[in-house]
Design a protein around this ligand. Structure first.
Ligand SMILES: [Zn+2]
Length: 276
């Protein structure tokens, strides 16, 4: 695509958002140089998920989708770059990536326990998500559930290093089945965090499912603007296996709508499934 065409698409998106088309920011995207998207998954403490391919779900019309219509996702698997990476509603997945080397400008250290003590990158979240997390962890504590952070923000450089290590170990093809490609990890938005119980048991592992911490999150996360980003039974839409520990801040309004309707962020934006 020519530079001019890209600029035109960008302008359309900017104007559309400016006019308030759609109540929320849509995961508008523009094709990125025809690069083929890799598959990939969340990378928490360990390989989180394996992709599975699948057909389209019923495309329900959802708010916030209008702007994306200006640059519909390619059906050939080409990579799309999100237009507004700073939106708390941004959708990053196997198909939609963040702009190259994107880093949120408002990363802070949330005042909640983590399963490690160092003040390092993965302890950070964006300011709004961090404040909501603090409220959520405090509320859980009131209910006798002690949540702790496992992994929050992750830079593209860190993701690249992790991914390259997996490629060395297992080869690229296999690595792509369980590791997110750089630029495609939701952790890079600073709006996602893996949580566990404060004992760190089952941190980012499937045995977290069924714990009282997982149950509490499933019951209450939306009250704080978080969603379980990769719900059970939605693998074919999100491209990720069930990850009860991975929560994503989207704000209270969107979280409530998603929970009420029992849908995913992809369905909320009426985006095509990303798994392959
Ligand atoms: Zn995660």
């Amino acid at each position: 695509m020519s530079k001019t065409a890209k600029i035109v698409i960008l302008l359309i998106v900017v104007v559309a958002v400016g006019w308030g088309i759609g109540k929320y920011t849509a995961p508008s995207a523009s094709p990125a140089n025809g690069t083929n998207a890799g598959t990939g998954t969340d990378l928490g403490a360990g390989p989180d998920a394996a992709p599975e391919a699948s057909p389209l779900p019923d495309g329900e019309q959802t708010p916030g989708n209008d702007a994306s219509a200006t640059a519909p996702p390619a059906s050939d698997g080409s990579e799309m770059v999100v237009a507004d990476p700073d939106s708390t509603a941004v959708m990053v997945n196997k198909q939609y990536s963040l702009p190259e080397e994107y880093k949120p400008a408002d990363l802070v250290y949330p005042d909640v326990p983590f399963i490690f003590s160092e003040k390092i990158e993965k302890r950070m979240l964006r300011r709004e998500a961090a404040a909501a997390l603090e409220e959520m962890v405090a509320a859980a504590k009131q209910d006798g559930v002690h949540l702790a952070g496992v992994s929050g923000y992750r830079s593209e450089a860190t993701q690249r290093r992790l991914f390259n290590n997996y490629v060395k170990k297992d080869g690229e093809e296999k690595a792509r089945t369980y590791s997110a490609m750089p630029g495609h990890s939701e952790h890079q938005t600073g709006l996602a965090i893996d949580l566990s119980g404060s004992d760190g048991k089952c941190a980012a592992e499937s045995c977290f499912a069924g714990t009282k911490e997982a149950q509490w999150l499933a019951d209450h996360a939306t009250e704080y603007g978080y969603i379980i980003r990769f719900p059970e039974g939605k693998e074919t839409i999100t491209g990720y296996k069930y990850e009860p520990w991975h929560v994503r801040y989207v704000g209270k309004e969107i979280a409530a709508s998603i929970a009420e309707r029992g849908i995913t962020l992809e369905e909320y934006f009426d985006a095509i499934p990303v798994s392959k």
